[in-house]
Write a new protein. Structure first.
Length: 326
C-alpha cells in the first residue's frame, strides 16, 4: 500500500482504503463492496447506462446519504446530464454510469445504492410498467409475496407478465416490459389501474392508500414509479447491515426466499455466469387500451393524499375549536 492509501488499480481507477468498513455497522468492508460491483458490472450496467443516476453513499464515521449531483471533483471522463429539479428549484447534474470504469469510481466513493431513473436520458415515453410493493414497518415478507401474487393475477387478467426482484430492503419490484412506448401519463394511469385491480382481489392483503396511516398492516402497491421516478437497480446493494442486494427471483421460488438471502457475499455464487434479470424478463406486451382509460379515472395518489391531508387538518381544527368553545 502506498502513502496515499491506494490498495488496487482497476481499469485505471485507484481504489483506496479497501479494508475499512463501508460504513459504521455495515458488517462488510469496502473491498467486499468493490469486488461485488466489479463482479456484476456486466449485469448491473445495462440498467444504469444512459439513465440519470442518484446514489446512496457513505463516508467514514457518517451515516449513508443520498447524492444526486455529480461531485465537482469527479473525473471529466464520467458522462453526465443536467436537468431541472422542480422540488428543489435548481439544476441537477446527474452522472451517467455507462461503463465499468465509472462504476468502479463510484464504488471507490463508497456509493452503495444505485438508483437510476426509469426513463433513459432524453426519453419522453415509458417502455415498462413498474409496481413497487412496500410492506408496513416490521411487516413479514410473506405478506409482500402474497401481494405480489395478487398483482400477478391482475396482470394475467389483461394478458401481461412481470419479472420480479427483491428490493434489497423489505419489498418487491415488478417490471412489465412494453411492446410499444407509451406516454408517461398513460404509464402512470395503467399502473394505477393495475394496482387498484390487485388491491381489489385481496383488500385485506394489499392497498393503494397513499397515506401511510390508512394502510394498516397491508402492503402498499405503489403506482407512482414511472417517468422520471427512480428505483434501485437490479443487482444494486443496499445501505443496510450485511449489504443485501436487489436480486431477481423466479415466481416459482418467490415463496421460499427472504430478502436477506441475497447479499454482496452470497449473490455472486448464486449468479454464477447467469443474468436472471435479463433472462427472466417476459416478452414485451402492448398495454390494453382499456387499462389506460380506467387508470385515468383514478385520482393521482399524491394529489389525492394532499387534498385529503388538508381536509383532515381542517376537520381536526374544527373539532378542537368545538372542544375549546364554552
Amino acid at each position: 500500500m502506498s502513502s496515499r492509501g491506494v490498495d488496487d488499480v482497476r481499469d485505471g481507477v485507484e481504489l483506496t482504503n479497501l479494508d475499512q468498513p463501508v460504513f459504521d455497522g455495515a458488517g462488510a468492508s469496502k473491498r467486499e463492496l468493490v469486488d461485488y460491483l466489479d463482479a456484476v458490472a456486466g449485469r448491473i450496467l445495462p440498467g444504469l447506462a444512459g439513465r440519470p443516476l442518484s446514489v446512496i453513499r457513505a463516508r467514514p464515521g457518517q451515516a449513508p446519504f443520498m447524492q444526486k449531483n455529480l461531485p465537482k471533483h469527479a473525473p471529466d471522463w464520467i458522462a453526465s446530464t443536467a436537468s431541472w429539479a422542480e422540488t428543489s428549484q435548481r439544476e441537477v447534474r446527474y452522472a451517467l454510469c455507462d461503463d465499468r470504469r465509472t462504476l468502479l469510481w463510484f464504488a471507490n466513493q463508497r456509493a452503495i445504492e444505485y438508483h437510476p431513473t426509469l426513463l433513459a436520458g432524453g426519453a419522453t415515453c415509458s417502455t415498462e410498467l413498474v409496481l413497487d410493493l412496500d410492506p408496513p414497518e416490521g411487516g413479514p415478507f410473506p405478506h409482500v409475496v402474497a401481494a405480489a401474487h395478487l398483482v400477478r393475477e391482475a396482470l394475467a387478467a389483461v394478458g401481461l407478465q412481470a419479472a420480479v426482484k427483491t428490493s434489497g430492503a423489505k419489498g418487491l419490484h415488478l417490471f412489465v416490459p412494453l411492446a410499444e412506448p407509451v406516454e408517461i401519463v398513460d404509464a402512470f394511469a395503467a399502473t394505477r389501474a393495475l394496482a387498484a385491480r390487485a388491491a381489489a382481489l385481496g383488500p385485506d392483503v394489499a392497498t393503494t392508500a397513499f397515506i401511510r396511516a390508512d394502510r394498516g398492516e397491508r402492503v402498499f402497491l405503489d403506482p407512482t414509479r414511472a417517468g422520471g421516478a427512480t428505483l434501485v437497480a437490479a443487482y444494486s446493494p443496499r445501505a443496510r447491515p450485511g449489504l443485501p442486494v436487489s436480486f431477481p427471483v423466479s415466481w416459482d421460488e418467490l415463496d421460499a426466499i427472504t430478502p436477506g438471502d441475497f447479499t454482496v457475499r452470497t449473490a455472486p455464487e448464486r449468479l454464477g455466469d447467469a443474468d436472471p434479470w435479463r433472462d427472466r424478463m417476459p416478452p414485451p406486451s402492448p398495454v390494453p387500451g382499456g387499462l389506460v382509460e380506467e387508470g385515468h379515472t383514478i385520482p393521482v395518489p399524491r394529489v389525492q393524499a394532499m387534498h385529503e391531508g388538508k381536509r383532515r387538518k381542517r376537520a381536526a381544527a374544527r373539532a378542537q375549536a368545538e372542544k375549546d368553545s364554552p
